[in-house]
Design a protein around this ligand. Structure first.
Ligand SMILES: *Cc1c(COP(=O)(O)O)cnc(C)c1O
Length: 427
């Protein structure tokens, strides 16, 4: 499949005349269409709800768009809870799927009426001591251990993951929670990340549904929901076949009818906590070629760096690059596309065949809509970029301004040095 940017060269020229590169650009039309398709794919389940995982793209304007499709929010930290609160939440609108959780965050989540998803059996006592009771609705995170395989392909290694409770522990946790007053239960598991196959969710569903039947039988706890969590991936590479969410939804339905319905559990709600799938393809990093260097290799230096998009540097992840306006030109130049960090891993692409790049060309780095801006950092004193929303009517809206040096220095504000730090004209 050919990967095409969601923005044209003409549109981008207009946008870059208004916002300085680099910036992350988001596609409202794409976000809406995809959210609609997800909702439709699970419409067979009465209680279905997507709790959008805030972690990959914590921007309140984007979170707000997803509310139109009934989404709640999946949070795992204090600031994610606060962002959700700012967007506006009612009790039950937040799933708090945290781990290694500070007491203060359990308390805050409880104050907002979040559904708390316990990562460990020891968190039962920790939570009870923190908030003085066990909530009536509670969820437990499961980790079956071992390898998670689809036929013979190893998808991921839950046995090596820090999350969740063992089988024995989750049974014990349910008994304890029930004794302490919990009335409605949920189970949750996240066993493989960025899966580009329609089989992951149905396979995970089978594991969780069978566990749910046993849990309800053996502990008498009423299971209200099963949370399939995140993990549905996106095709970062042009040769990857995208997931078909309708096929995935139908695959989960089949397992539901095979396992839960015969056990008298046809009232169980299915929840998801997708992040990457919701926003990944609908964001891109827009950057400009500012240097070319011909040494032992051919380098193109751009004005973005790993501080804006870290995945290539830390995971060696592939992100497709389009040189705007040159889509149809022969891709007969091999480049390393680099950022400015004094770290040799700061390369958006290595040995990538691209059309000849001229200084001033705009490069669109695809699929930065999730785990993009959010993983940004300030190494080398680099500042985080702006985020811009391309609206359905073709206009744009700034949804986060770029950092300034004053933001970077803000945590010195209680020291004398603050007065000596130069200010820039626009601050
Ligand atoms: C990161 C995360 C998600 C979202 O994962 P994606 O792969 O982006 O869909 C969902 N749930 C939990 C608990 C997570 O940590």
């Amino acid at each position: 499949m050919k990967k095409k940017p969601f923005v044209t060269k003409e549109q981008l020229e207009k946008i870059t005349s208004e916002y300085a590169t680099p910036f992350h650009l988001y596609d409202e039309a794409g976000i809406r269409e995809n959210a609609r398709a997800l909702k439709e794919a699970f419409s067979w389940n009465k209680g279905y709800r997507e709790y959008f995982a805030v972690k990959p793209t914590p921007n309140p304007f984007l979170m707000d768009i997803l509310r139109d499709y009934g989404c709640g929010y999946d949070c795992s930290s204090l600031t994610e809870l606060m962002l959700s609160e700012a967007v506006g939440v009612e009790p039950g609108d937040i799933m708090f799927s945290s781990n290694d959780t500070p007491a203060e965050e359990f308390a805050y989540a409880d104050k907002l009426g979040a559904i708390i998803n316990l990562d460990d059996i020891t968190h039962i006592d920790f939570l009870e001591e923190t908030i003085g009771r066990i909530p009536e609705t509670i969820s437990c995170r499961y980790n079956p251990g071992g390898l998670f395989k689809i036929t013979n392909d190893i998808m991921d290694n839950p046995g090596d993951a820090k999350y969740g409770m063992t089988t024995e522990q989750i049974f014990e946790a349910f008994r304890i929670l029930k004794r302490k007053g919990a009335k409605e239960f949920g189970i949750h598991a996240f066993l493989a990340s960025n899966t580009v196959t329609n089989e992951y969710y149905p396979m995970l569903a089978k594991v969780l549904f069978e566990l749910a039947v046993k849990l309800q039988e053996e502990t008498g706890a009423h299971i209200q929901f099963i949370n399939l969590s995140g993990g549905i991936g996106i095709p970062y590479k042009p040769d990857q076949e995208p997931n078909d969410i309708a096929v995935i939804g139908d695959g989960v339905r089949k397992v539901y009818e095979e396992v839960l319905v015969p056990a008298g559990m046809g009232d169980v709600a299915i929840y998801t906590e997708l992040g990457r799938f919701m926003l990944g393809p609908y964001g891109c990093l827009v950057t400009k070629a500012i240097h070319e260097k011909h040494t032992h290799k051919e380098y193109i230096g751009v004005d973005a760096c790993a501080a804006n998009l870290m995945r290539p540097a830390i995971y060696g992840a592939y992100h497709h690059i389009t040189v705007m306006g040159k889509e149809e030109e022969p891709h007969d130049h091999m480049y390393d596309v680099t950022g400015s960090l004094c770290e040799n891993c700061d390369k958006f692409a290595i040995d990538r065949m691209l059309p000849k790049i001229d200084m001033g060309d705009y490069l669109v780095i695809h699929d930065s809509g999730a785990h993009g801006f959010s993983m940004g950092y300030n190494y080398n004193g680099r500042l985080r970029s702006a985020e811009v929303l391309l609206k359905e009517d073709g206009s744009t809206k700034l949804i986060r301004r770029a950092e300034t040096p004053a933001d970077y220095f803000a945590t010195f504000d209680c020291f004398e040095i603050a007065e000596k730090l130069p200010k820039r004209e626009n601050e």
